[in-house]
Design a protein around this ligand. Structure first.
Ligand SMILES: Nc1ncnc2c1ncn2[C@@H]1O[C@H](COP(=O)(O)OP(=O)(O)OP(=O)(O)O)[C@@H](O)[C@H]1O
Ligand SMILES: [Mg+2]
Length: 425
């Protein structure tokens, strides 16, 4: 029997696959193991080489198992990144009474509308698989807008909801590979939604905030309002392009360029200081030693990151204009930077210059500003590259209703939830 309060969570990125074993007792998240490997055999959520994909996952699980031997008994949650994920708003209207009478709206009714909507949108027929579902608001008798209609009476009820979906064949392929690998049906999420879930505070999600996930292949801009994601857009430029620029300008390999970015890079233009005037690196032949100034390196990085930030800012401005609440109040939470790119030195300074709003770096432990709810190595809990790893657990746990009580009760609920997902996909 699985211990449902211990999770093995894996985020498959285009450059790195990150994973952790996390326990949750209803209050505290404890990191029991973690690992990171370079991703192989997968591109944009599409598995291109099953053998090397599996080899790679095996290496990752071996590393985790060394630290936590009972890995097989945990609940597995996966996420992957892809620019094929889309977020859309939909309406689902149900007639509750044919005549003039009104019917009392219950929690179960809302669950049923939700289940029916997901079923309607998913599968071969529609071409999509729904990964995340958030009720946004309800309209009673086509007239009154409410956030929670439970306990009210109505003849008709319309649910406005947000769905995050991806192409069905792509989803089927990855789910079947992961399912075969684990030996049971797995829960799979969008890396991008999970990255936001893993770093935002409840207040930020409620009052409005924008997450900039600085990934390897591309950048994702996700907006939250009233506790749920309301927009997700992709800027087709990522840290990969910064690395390529460094490699091209300095005449070196992508590998060496990535090391230069991590160890000596700066998002803002550095003015040289005495002891770190120049850095040495290897040319393409792997032997010749070359030199570059810290300033020149930062110029290359700053140019491309500036492009990423400016393109993201355009999306930010559009959101401020198009979403009524934002138009009236602005985006109070400002911009939260996350993903591996958020670890580039001085990135928050650059984002502040470009966005002219409050900016912070988003990591899991910082999503609980007033409470100590996360225990584990700072290497991961305060690491912006691991945000989706933890967001997966946050997203999974969110589906447990308050009434589920203690974690023992929750375990039973999680089992039911698992069966629900099994039937769904
Ligand atoms: N400490 C660091 N300093 C600078 N750059 C870093 C650092 N750590 C990671 N990066 C870079 O950030 C980028 C994004 O890393 P991340 O692990 O988020 O990628 P990914 O999840 O594989 O990509 P994607 O989400 O686009 O599929 C990578 O190109 C990586 O090299
Ligand atoms: Mg990622």
């Amino acid at each position: 029997m699985a211990e449902y309060d211990i999770f093995t969570t894996v985020d498959i990125g285009s450059r790195y696959t990150k994973a952790a074993v996390v326990s949750y007792d209803g209050e505290i998240y404890r990191v029991l193991a973690f690992a990171e490997v370079e991703s192989r055999g997968i591109e944009n959520g599409d598995v291109k080489d099953i053998a090397s994909f599996k080899d790679n996952m095996n290496r990752l699980f071996d590393e985790l198992e060394e630290q936590y031997p009972k890995l097989g008994k945990t609940e597995f949650i996966f996420s992957y990144s892809s620019n094929r994920f889309s977020l859309e708003s939909h309406l689902e209207r149900v007639v509750l009474a044919e005549d003039e009478s009104e019917v009392l709206i219950t929690e179960e009714m809302l669950e049923k509308i939700k289940d029916d909507s997901i079923k309607k949108m998913s599968g071969e027929g529609t071409g999509y698989a729904v990964y995340h579902f958030y009720p946004k608001r309800y309209i009673i008798n086509d007239l009154r807008n409410v956030f929670n209609p439970v306990g009210m009476k109505a003849r008709s009820l319309t649910m406005e909801f947000i769905a995050v979906k991806i192409d069905y064949p792509l989803s089927e392929m990855i789910k079947s590979i992961l399912g075969d690998f684990i030996g049971e049906e797995v829960t799979v999420y969008s890396s991008h939604i999970s990255s936001a879930e893993g770093v935002l505070t409840l207040t930020e999600k409620d009052s409005g905030v924008v997450v900039l996930e600085l990934g390897h292949d591309f950048t994702t801009v996700i907006a939250y309002l009233n506790g749920i994601p309301v927009s997700m857009k992709v800027v087709p430029v990522g840290i990969k392009h910064v690395i390529k620029d460094i490699a091209y300008v300095l005449g070196t390999s992508y590998k060496e360029a990535e090391i230069l970015l991590r160890n000596h890079g700066s998002a803002t233009i550095s003015t040289q200081n005495e002891e770190e005037l120049e850095i040495e690196y290897r040319a393409l032949d792997g032997r010749t030693i070359k030199r570059v100034s810290v300033e020149k390196l930062s110029l290359v990085i700053n140019a491309r990151l500036g492009e990423i930030m400016n393109k993201s800012r355009r999306i930010f401005k559009d959101l401020e204009r198009d979403i009524l609440e934002y138009r009236e109040n602005g985006i109070p939470g400002g911009v939260i930077l996350t993903g591996g790119g958020a670890k580039i030195k001085n990135i928050a300074e650059l984002a502040t210059q470009v966005f002219r709003t409050n900016v912070r770096i988003g990591t899991f432990c910082r999503s609980f500003p007033d409470e100590e709810r996360v225990e584990g190595a700072e290497d991961v809990v305060d690491n912006a590259a691991f945000s989706s790893v933890f967001g997966n657990v946050v997203e999974f746990i969110k589906l447990i209703p308050e009434e589920a009580g203690g974690i023992k009760e929750k375990s039973r609920f999680l089992k039911a939830l698992k069966d629900f997902f099994k039937n769904l996909f």
